[in-house]
Design a protein around this ligand. Structure first.
Ligand code: FHN
Length: 409
């Protein structure tokens, strides 16, 4: 798990022909489009502005260190040159595999590579017409699976995952999405995908790969809270052990490109969410939805640039950091890495900033951007073990702790 917890911050990319529709990646289901209704997006998909080297640079400069790309989303469209279907990028006007140049560019830039793969497939003729399927209105609940053989779909699913894990070099994360048992008919849920067999194959083909918790077999190697910040360290369901977790978030409320969604989260908010995650032992996977031409929106680039400016100053308070045993003041977070304790001030108190329990343990406080150091902290003799900081010009401070292990007062 070391590289995942060391990286702490990754890039999620939702991209496919739904980006040409420009109305969310679920557009086929939301609008209950037939295959014929949806075909024009395939027939006109030719992302002339696609530039994976630039994508990798922009993401790296934002401080992201791993990629998770949607190889196939629920609509069934494949970014790579699959031998198991014609419903793929090489058969669109673009005419080429889109995954290979992306994996190459990001790996060359230094990223770990993660592949998102949808367990749902609204294009495959054997995938059950369930309560999410675009054709759900056309069949009665009782007849939903009458004419479909989900085991044939499972063969296809396993075959495509094998293609992905044998055709694109070392893959570091397999990000399946998503299993559900209640499908409005007698579904067996994850058993339909033959998930245990699929997971065994993934681990055999890519030893050391990390697999998320959405294959329907419990917690996986890490849990994936979505669009929420867990209240504390995520605990793996059931067995009480604590697993790494990764909160995935959109920039603007939409995973796939949506022409009307420009309500960008601010860099300040996203930085606080990233700090909050790390302070609780988690990661943040932040999503970009490129448009149908393969470009990232200016609003997205602006937000990522703002995050990158902060990361250039405070990256060490994120990389390989985790929770502290010290309790931070209200509206603050601590992230810690060994003897370095990082104080993140989300909101300024009136007057002093009171750091309970640190007392004279702080050797110095350093403002990361001007390299000035406070040699002496205001220690209130009436409140032994407490430290007061005043007039801090920055929102993230390095506090250096003595060699002895931190204790909680
Ligand atoms: O249905 C998908 C959704 O489109 C998106 O891919 C998110 C990302 O985590 N996963 C599913 C919803 O949980």
């Amino acid at each position: 798990m070391s590289w995942l917890t060391e990286a702490r911050f990754g890039l999620f990319v939702h991209w496919g022909i739904y980006a040409a529709a420009a109305r969310h990646e679920w557009v086929k289901s939301y609008e209950q489009l037939t295959d014929a209704d949806y075909q024009p997006y395939f027939d006109h998909f030719s992302p002339d502005l696609y530039d994976p080297v630039r994508w990798a640079d922009d993401a790296w400069n934002a401080g992201m260190r791993y990629l998770v790309i949607t190889t196939k989303h629920h609509d069934g469209f494949c970014l790579w040159d699959s031998k198991l279907t014609d419903y793929s990028a090489p058969n669109t006007p673009w005419g080429k595999d889109l995954l290979a140049p992306m994996v190459d560019a990001f790996r060359e830039r230094g990223f770990k590579i993660g592949l998102y793969h949808s367990l749902l497939d609204w294009h495959h003729p054997e995938f059950p017409v369930d309560l999410y399927h675009p054709q759900r209105k056309d069949v009665d609940f009782i007849d939903r699976t009458a004419d479909r053989d989900v085991s044939k779909y499972a063969d296809y699913l396993h075959g495509q995952v094998r293609e992905l894990l044998t055709g694109y070099g070392k893959i570091d994360v397999m990000w399946f999405d998503f299993s559900y048992a209640d499908r409005g008919f007698n579904a067996k849920g994850p058993d339909e995908w033959r998930s245990a067999e699929l997971l065994a194959m993934v681990r055999e083909l890519q030893p050391g790969i990390l697999v998320n918790n959405r294959l329907g077999l419990g917690s996986g190697d890490f849990t994936t809270p979505e669009q929420v910040q867990p209240p504390g360290n995520e605990v793996a369901a059931g067995n009480g052990t604590q697993l790494p977790w990764e909160a995935c978030h959109t920039l603007n409320g939409s995973w796939g490109y949506h022409r009307d969604n420009h309500d960008w989260k601010s860099p300040a908010l996203l930085i606080r969410m990233l700090v909050d995650a790390v302070s609780k032992g988690g990661n943040m996977l932040l999503n970009v939805g490129p448009n149908g031409r393969g470009a990232w929106e200016p609003g997205a680039l602006d937000v990522l640039s703002g995050i990158g400016s902060w990361m250039r100053l405070h990256e060490r308070s994120i990389r390989d950091c985790g929770p502290s045993t010290y309790v931070p003041p209200a509206d603050c977070r601590y992230t810690q890495n060994g003897r370095r304790l990082y104080l993140h001030v989300f909101a300024w108190p009136m007057g002093h900033l009171h750091l309970p329990g640190l007392g004279d343990r702080v050797e110095y406080a350093q403002f990361l951007h001007d390299a000035s150091e406070i040699k002496r902290m205001d220690v209130d003799p009436a409140a032994p073990g407490h430290t007061y900081l005043t007039g801090l010009p920055d929102n993230t401070l390095t506090l250096k702790l003595p060699n002895r292990a931190p204790e909680v007062d």
